[in-house]
Structure formats: structure tokens, C-alpha cells
Write a protein that binds this ligand. Structure first.
Ligand code: PHE
Length: 434
């Protein structure tokens, strides 16, 4: 019996869900610290140009393939040509590996929510973070807890689970982000923070910075692993792909910039190096909150913000794998969710232990956590994106006409899709491997 494929109940739900997928730790945690390390304003400018003219292409490819074929990633590429089925699998492997480290960070977020909720603030967050993350039991337990919380939503299905979660959490997320940004703007370092963000310092403009910006753009838009394709497969027939893609890009970028407006004034007010790196969210930020009036409250809502961002992205990662299992192995949604959860649980434990027990266990000179992060972001994402563009542009019948129409703009998109974007992605890959 053919079961009718689920559909988003409205266009706005579809947009909220894709924004929920795109807006994640990539925006709130990764974007500000990468911008901090790469010269602030000049990075922002490069990133905006790349996202508007380059990343729009693979984004439209995934949305378009989802809309045309209405299947999971594996079946989509298999339908285009059985020779391309492997690409579907490559996407599924990538999107199953990402939560294995992403949810470890989710576990840390749960811990910090607890710390701020109970106001048991440590004196020194730097010592606290390294002590906590190197424990054996607690970080693993919280990773699995975060995983189960996330899995509950795809378990309940598209309309009852995923759509509801996004429709509740994304507005809450936006409200918190606006409150925190407004608060940050009242701090003494606000002006300096904003100048850092918006004044381009051209001395940072080089090849590495461009490539970093592109890698970040792919990651933050959830491109290159069939996630947007899967969400696109539930869209209604009359949805306009290019418009939806630009809406998604504008929302995602707006939130990333707002996250910067929240973080840099705080960073400059306390004299922390803006290039402090990955520890900005778990050491510098909580340390600063603990010194502010009402700090426990602001700290709590900051980590609630990270929680909403990461869980709505996590849901979309899991849904991509779950949809592939349902469509390819003919199993129920519930069974597919349980299998996906079990696979992620098994791999995420060594990732969590990378900060303690397994910190000396290295593959290719990287801990399990770093290997998962590095290989997915720097190798699989650009590689899969390259193949998705090539297959959509060169092998999918009438793809350009169906997605972009036949006007002048469509001609520009045609050249971008067939030649320019693949070329740029090849450059990213070569530099990512070096
Ligand atoms: N885009 C998400 C973020 O910015 C990450 C993500 C990757 C989401 C892959 C879904 C799939 O954090």
C-alpha cells in the first residue's frame, strides 16, 4: 500500500522548519567566533557576498530536487540515475555523523542550563569547563539525554512532531535573541563591538578567509547532506523555490548577525579577545554573565537560546536519516527513529569521551570529536555539495527550467550552477584537505 507523503501544513511552517534547521550552533556559537578570528567586518562582507551569489545555488538545488522527486536523498539520486545512488548514501552518512559531535555540545548546553537555573555558578569557568567536559559519566549521559529529547519530535511525525516543535521553539528563540542583543547594546563595550563587526579590516582579506567563510556558509545553511532536500520533499506543489531559498538565507543571516550584535558588545565590555575561539560560549560568555547584575537570569536565557537553536537543527539532521530509512527499508517511522537514535548514541559516546578518557586516542592526529567535526565540515559538506550541483545541473532533466524558469536571471543561475559554483567548491575542497 502506498502511504501518502506527509506535507507541511502551510508555507510558513515550511519556512519556519527550514530556518529552524539552518539556524543552529553554526549561527550562535560558530559564526561569531569565526568572525572574531577572521577580522570581523571584512569576514562579514565576504560571507554576505558568498551567501547571496554562490550558496543560493546549492540551496536551490536541494530544495528543487526535493520538490521535484518528493523522496528521501537516496531515492532521489537513484531515480535520477541508479549510478548516483551512492551520493544519497554519502549524504546520509554525513548527516548521521554530524549529530554525533553536535549533540555532545547539546549535552554541555543542558549542563549549563542546570548550572544557571540552580545558580551554582563556579568561580572560574575555564577550570570548570575542562573539569566537566573531561568527566566520564555526566557528559555522556547528557549527550544521550539531548539525543532522546531531539528524537522525540521526528518520532511523532512531520506535522505533530517536527512542525510543532519548530513553531513553538523558533519564536521563543527569536524573542530571547532580541532581548539579549538589546541588553548587550546597553553595555559600555557596545560601540567598540559594533565597530569591530561592521568596519572591514582589509588586511584579513586572503584565500583562507574566503574559504573559511564559504565552509561556514554551507554548514550554517545545512547544505550538502540532503537535509534541505528532505524538508523540501514535504513542501506544497505551488511553493516558489528561489523565493523560499532567499527567505531562508535572509533569516539565517539576520540571526547570525544578531548573534554577533549580542556577543561582541559583551566581549569588548569585558576585554576578552574576540578571537577566543570555540570556548567563547562555554567559558568567556558564562564567566561574563556571572559578573553581571541579573547574570544568572541572562546566563540561563543565553543557554536556553543555544538549546532551541541546537535542538531544531538536530531534529532536521535526524529526520534526514529517518526519512531515508523509512523509504529504503520499508520500516515504520517509529522503528526508523529508534535505529537512528541507537546509531548516533553509539558513535557520540567516544566523541564525548574525547575530552577526557579518550583524549589521547587519536585517528589521523585528531580526537574522535575533532575528526567528526573536521571530516564532515571540511570534506564531506563541500564534496557532497559539489556532486549535488553537478547532478542537478548536468544530469537532471529540465532542472534549470523547473526551478529557475526561463528569464534572464535563470541564465545567470545556469552559468553559476553548471560552471562557477562547482569550480569554487573544488577550490574549497583542495584547500580543506591541505
Ligand atoms: N545549520 C546548522 C547550524 O548552523 C547545522 C546543521 C547541519 C543542521 C546539518 C542540519 C544539518 O548549526
Amino acid at each position: 500500500m502506498e502511504i501518502k507523503r506527509a506535507q507541511w501544513s502551510s508555507h510558513i511552517s515550511f519556512i519556519i522548519a527550514t530556518v529552524g534547521s539552518a539556524v543552529g550552533l553554526g549561527n550562535i556559537w560558530r559564526f561569531p567566533y569565526i568572525m572574531g578570528k577572521n577580522g570581523g567586518g571584512i569576514f562579514l562582507l565576504t560571507y554576505l557576498l558568498l551567501i547571496a551569489f554562490i550558496c543560493i545555488i546549492p540551496l536551490c538545488c536541494e530544495l528543487g530536487l526535493g520538490k521535484i522527486y518528493k523522496q528521501d536523498a537516496i531515492n532521489t539520486f537513484n531515480t535520477i540515475n541508479p549510478k548516483f545512488k551512492w551520493l544519497g548514501w554519502l549524504c546520509i552518512i554525513t548527516v548521521t555523523l554530524i549529530p554525533c559531535f553536535y549533540f555532545v555540545v547539546g549535552g554541555w548546553i543542558l549542563n549549563y542550563i542546570w548550572v544557571f537555573l540552580t545558580s551554582q555558578l563556579p568561580q572560574n569557568f575555564s577550570i570548570y569547563f575542562s573539569q566537566f567536559s573531561s568527566q566520564i559519566f555526566m557528559p555522556c549521559f547528557l549527550t544521550i539525554l539531548f539525543l532522546i529529547m531531539t528524537a522525540m519530535f521526528p518520532f511523532k511525525g512531520i506535522n505533530n512532531g517536527i512542525e510543532k516543535a519548530n513553531n513553538i521553539m523558533m519564536p521563543l528563540f527569536t524573542i530571547i535573541l532580541i532581548i539579549l542583543s538589546l541588553f548587550a547594546l546597553t553595555l559600555p563595550g557596545a560601540k567598540e563591538g559594533l565597530i569591530f563587526m561592521f568596519k572591514p579590516d582589509f588586511s584579513h582579506f586572503d584565500k583562507t578567509m574566503i574559504l573559511t567563510a564559504l565552509g561556514q556558509a554551507l554548514f550554517t545553511l545545512s547544505i550538502g547532506m540532503g537535509t534541505i532536500l528532505t524538508y523540501g520533499s514535504y513542501m506544497k506543489e505551488n511553493t516558489n523555490i528561489v523565493k523560499s531559498a532567499y527567505t531562508l538565507i535572509i533569516c539565517d543571516t539576520f540571526i547570525a548577525v544578531l548573534a554577533g550584535i549580542m556577543i561582541f558588545p559583551i566581549v569588548f565590555s569585558f576585554g576578552v579577545e574576540p578571537s577566543a575561539g570555540a570556548t567563547l560560549a562555554f567559558i568567556s560568555m558564562p564567566q561574563m554573565f556571572s559578573q553581571l547584575p541579573f547574570g544568572a537570569f541572562f546566563g540561563l536565557i543565553f543557554f536556553a537560546l543555544l538549546f532551541f537553536a541546537s535542538i531544531t537543527s538536530g531534529i532536521s539532521m535526524m529526520e534526514t536519516t529517518i526519512a531515508a530509512f523509512i523509504d529504503n527499508f520499508n520500516i515504520s517511522r517509529k522503528k526508523a527513529t529508534i535505529i537512528t537514535t541507537a546509531i548516533i548514541a553509539i558513535i557520540s559516546i567516544p566523541a564525548s569521551l574525547s575530552f577526557g578518557l579518550l583524549s589521547n586516542f587519536k585517528i589521523l592526529n585528531k580526537t574522535v570529536f575533532d575528526l567528526l567535526d573536521y571530516s564532515t565540515s571540511n570534506i564531506f559538506l563541500p564534496l557532497n555539495t559539489l556532486f549535488i550541483c553537478l547532478i542537478a545541473g548536468w544530469f537532471t532533466p529540465d532542472f534549470i527550467k523547473k526551478v529557475f524558469g526561463e528569464n534572464f536571471i535563470a541564465k545567470i543561475f545556469y552559468i553559476l550552477l553548471k560552471f562557477i559554483v562547482p569550480l569554487i567548491l573544488i577550490c574549497v575542497l583542495i584547500s580543506g584537505i591541505n
